[in-house]
Design a protein around this ligand. Structure first.
Ligand SMILES: Nc1nc2c(ncn2[C@@H]2O[C@H](COP(=O)(O)OP(=O)(O)OP(=O)(O)O)[C@@H](O)[C@H]2O)c(=O)[nH]1
Ligand SMILES: [Mg+2]
Length: 443
């Protein structure tokens, strides 16, 4: 059951209207590591992928797999182009041409990961037929990234054969792969490539793949950035950037000009921001823990110190703040639903007072919403990092959420946010807030 609801339009939903899911084609011969890669980046259990796989029959490129564990993406999984194989080149070509001829961007294939096993010393580099796919992707303007999988094998080879330390082995393996690709003239100039491993200790390589993928979407469609940021479940920085874009820019950066929240109850505005930002993180949350009223109330508690003043309070009546604080304490302490708690102390009357006021013009409201967006973004960032190194699917639990909130509450950055919240000048306020978020999230 959701915590509350509001008629305010969801900005994230608006951004997703043209393209609600990111559609990716992953190509590579059997056993190259496609499912493992997809599982790690999009946070799916291998069982979920393989069940979908079996249902569709192997190597059926036109079947788009969708998973409950991550509803934001569609996977087309294809084997390579061996002569006479199930995926002859003609089928692949027809599939891509038909999809990308559609007038709707959501039907297009948005990116292709062409997976090739990292060649070991003395073994062949397997890329038969791949030039055709690279040329077609270029013609259709589909971003294509060549992904060299199982890179860890090359590193381990160097540790064993050359008795190198892990760091030196990594550097030598990078160098060996680069030299090898240059010697083979593959992939040709201008084609992006990355090396990855899904093994523990090589997490950075997956993040790099998501960075390269995000960058290659640049020229194609601005509309793809949102579904991409939501779908990928590896790169916290991209989520934060998108939270800033969607949450901040659309809400409070333009607050003084915007009529979006005019006449709306503050709680509805907060709920809208809350729901939009949690959508961006796209956690695997089958119990809908983040949608519980208690969770929402706990996040509001982070900013209760500087809830904006009502018109009444500005006129000297300070009941509202103390009442509001009590509400928050009540809501969190007894786990009462937020709406019930508000109802219990007559928040409806207070809300009515809000309705009579265009409060978005008040700097303290802007500061308050700004602080809330930072606090919420950084709490969710904590949640994301806590789950990141677990095996997919990384399922949320109450413990994870509570630990993230507690850790954030006592973190120095929370104090700095609140210092910003008290300043009286609003010069460059938005930039200061964005800078504070960015500084708190390592790139
Ligand atoms: N060393 C190493 N092994 C990997 C890596 N990724 C996958 N594997 C292993 O390679 C094997 C095949 O992996 P999958 O992810 O099932 O490969 P696939 O491309 O989906 O295979 P098909 O579905 O049969 O086409 C499994 O035993 C994986 O554990 C990696 O990064 N490093
Ligand atoms: Mg597979």
């Amino acid at each position: 059951m959701s915590a509350t609801s509001t008629d305010l339009p969801s900005r994230v939903d608006e951004s997703l209207a043209a393209c609600p899911q990111f559609r990716i084609l992953v190509v590579g011969t059997t056993g190259v590591g496609k499912s493992s890669l997809i599982g790690s980046v999009f946070n799916l259990s291998l069982d979920a992928i393989d069940i979908a796989h079996n249902r569709a029959g192997r190597a059926n490129i036109s079947f788009g797999y969708t998973c409950e564990e991550n509803p934001r993406f569609i996977l087309h999984d294809s084997q390579g182009f061996e002569h006479g194989g199930a995926n002859t080149w003609g089928l692949v070509e027809q599939f891509l041409r038909q999809r990308n001829a559609s007038p709707d961007v959501q039907d297009h294939v948005h990116a292709i990961w062409l997976c090739i096993e990292t060649p070991r010393t003395g073994s062949r580099l397997q890329h038969t037929g791949d030039e055709n796919l690279i040329a077609l992707a270029r013609e259709l303007e589909i971003p294509l990234i060549v992904v060299f999988t199982k890179f860890d094998v090359l590193v381990v080879e160097r540790v064993r054969k050359l008795k190198l330390s892990p760091d030196d082995a990594l550097a030598k393996a990078e160098e060996a792969l680069r030299t090898r690709l240059a010697d083979e003239h593959f992939p040709q100039a201008g084609v992006e490539w990355v090396r990855i491993s899904t093994k523990h200790g090589h997490f950075r390589t997956l993040k790099e793949l998501t960075d390269v993928t995000r960058q290659s979407l640049h020229d194609v469609e601005g509309a793809l950035w949102v579904p991409w940021a939501l779908a990928q479940q590896i790169n916290a920085r991209q989520k934060v950037e998108q939270s800033i874009k969607e949450g901040c820019k659309r809400y409070w950066l333009n607050l003084s000009k915007s009529t979006l929240f005019e006449g709306e109850v503050l709680r509805d505005c907060l709920w809208r921001i809350y729901e939009d930002i949690i959508k961006i993180w796209n956690f695997y949350d089958p119990q809908k823990l983040l949608y519980k009223k208690k969770t929402f109330a706990l996040t509001l508690k982070l900013v209760e110190d500087f809830m904006p003043k009502t018109e009444a309070e500005l006129a000297g009546d300070s009941d509202f703040l103390s009442q509001y604080s009590d509400v928050m304490t009540l809501a969190t302490a007894i786990g009462a639903t937020f709406a019930q708690a508000l109802g219990a102390v007559g928040i409806g009357i207070m809300a009515a007072k809000y309705l009579s006021r265009k409060y978005q013009a008040l700097p303290q409201t802007a500061r308050f919403l700004g602080a809330y967006i930072i606090d919420l973004t950084l709490v969710l960032h904590n949640v994301f990092l806590t789950t990141l190194f677990r095996d997919p699917p990384r399922r949320l639990s109450e413990d994870i959420i509570e630990a993230a909130l507690t850790a954030y509450d006592s973190a120095p950055v929370h104090d700095r946010v609140h210092e910003l919240g008290k300043i009286s000048d609003m010069v460059n306020f938005e930039q200061r807030i964005v800078a504070l978020i960015q500084k708190s999230v390592p790139s």
